[in-house]
Design a protein around this ligand. Structure first.
Ligand code: PLP
Length: 397
């Protein structure tokens, strides 16, 4: 028996762990409604044709060799156009590192800065890989509070900063809540990071998927603060399976000079990210953007259905998400469920509707569950009908 490392034992990913129960349920032959994974391509948001064609052409033109470890220069330039020219973060192509998805970017940043017993501040609730990678590299997690109006509790952040604190992470718009920060909130967090010599890691993978309000990225307020921005192609361009993302190191920040010099070493160790996909990603940034508007219109309708129907249920309270494609309702567990995990598992076996338990997104997620509203309206109504009967304690399947 080969023993696994203690560090591997710290890794968990609730969104995928719940799949084990789904497999059990599937064995019964009953229908499963997947409201658990944020993959647009699995629903009616397919990769746009011009992106697929760029990928096919890249292969046919033999552009499937190793490219630069930092990323294909043309793509890095296009990323600068988006993140600097449009969104305001000061960048040159040398501040950009193309990764095999944002996930790899999270891994590389955490691996580059964390020492054993460091502390990472995460918004409560948060996207789980942030804590998994942080813990894997030996850090402890401190969750900071987000008020019900979506603004961060700045005093709470300040109180949690110790000599061990290394970084603050923001996921904006948020997975799992769909909240988005206003400029004032972003500015306060930037100030805290700069004053306390903390790295500020901002994940803006849902930057284009916002509904009523305008989206404000960290670039608008970063100035010379130690900000690293993460973004990618999985969501906005429906390229989940193609695996492409990037990280951008604020060019104006002198606090980031050593990371800027050293993180590329990690990129060289894994040689390069997928070259044909980078060519497709470049086509995504420079080609037609109409699909994004269509996606947002559809998602807004779907959000409204789920939001309305959830709030009609006794014992469920749901805030209206401003972006992304998740809702994160709070549940009154009554004496019926021991905790949110039992709730989600009971709902799965009773209805076939697969969601994720809130506590998988950190301590602030207790008594919540996450629904992905990517499926079409009919499926959402079918799922909501089942959830309604389940909440009323009536037989569903
Ligand atoms: N960041 C956030 C906030 C996400 O919600 C997700 C996927 O759900 C990712 C990153 C993963 O991105 P990628 O597919 O680029 O690895």
């Amino acid at each position: 028996m080969i023993e696994i490392s203690e560090r591997l034992g710290r890794v968990e990913y609730a969104i995928r762990d719940i799949i084990l129960h789904a497999r059990e349920y599937e064995k019964t032959g009953k229908k499963l409604l997947y409201l658990n994974i944020g993959d647009p391509v699995s629903f009616d948001f397919k990769t746009p044709l011009h992106i697929k064609n760029a990928l096919i052409d890249a292969l046919l033109n033999d552009s499937d060799y190793y490219t630069d470890s930092e990323g294909w220069p043309e793509l890095r330039q296009s990323i600068v156009e988006k993140e600097f020219k449009k969104k305001g973060l000061d960048l040159t192509p040398s501040d950009v590192l193309v990764t095999n998805g944002v996930s790899e970017g999270i891994d590389m940043i955490m691996g580059s800065v964390i020492e054993e017993k460091d502390e990472i501040l995460l918004p409560g609730p948060y996207y789980p890989p942030y804590s998994s990678y942080a813990k894997f590299y030996g850090a402890n997690i401190n969750e900071f509070k987000i008020f019900s109006d979506g603004t961060p509790d700045v005093d709470n952040i300040r109180k949690q900063i110790t000599s061990k604190s290394k970084a603050i992470c923001l996921i904006n718009p948020s997975n799992p809540t769909g909240e988005a920060f206003d400029l004032k909130s972003l500015q306060s967090i930037v100030d805290i990071a700069a004053e306390n010599n903390l790295l500020l890691i901002c994940d803006e993978i849902y930057d284009e998927i916002v509904f009523e309000d305008k989206f404000y990225g960290i670039g608008r307020v970063a100035n010379d603060a130690p900000v690293i921005l993460l973004n990618g192609f999985s969501k906005t361009y429906s390229m989940t399976g193609l695996r492409c993302g990037y990280l951008c190191i604020n060019n104006k920040s002198r606090q980031l000079d050593s990371i800027r010099q050293s993180i590329f070493k990690l990129a060289r160790v894994r040689i390069a990210s997928n070259f044909p996909v980078q060519i497709a990603a470049n086509a995504a940034l420079n080609g037609p953007q109409d699909h994004i508007r269509e996606m947002v219109i559809k998602l807004r309708k779907r959000r409204d259905i789920v939001f309305k129907r959830l709030n009609e249920l006794d014992g469920v309270y749901c805030k209206k998400p401003r972006g992304a494609f998740y809702v994160f309702p709070e549940i009154d567990l009554r004496n019926r469920w021991k905790n949110d995990l039992y709730f989600v598992i009971d709902m799965l076996y009773s209805t076939g509707v697969l969601t994720v338990h809130g506590s998988g997104f950190g301590d602030s997620g207790y008594n919540h569950f996450r629904i992905v509203y990517l499926p079409n309206e009919d499926v959402l109504h079918e799922a909501m009908d089942k959830i309604e009967l389940f909440m009323k304690n009536k037989i569903v399947t």
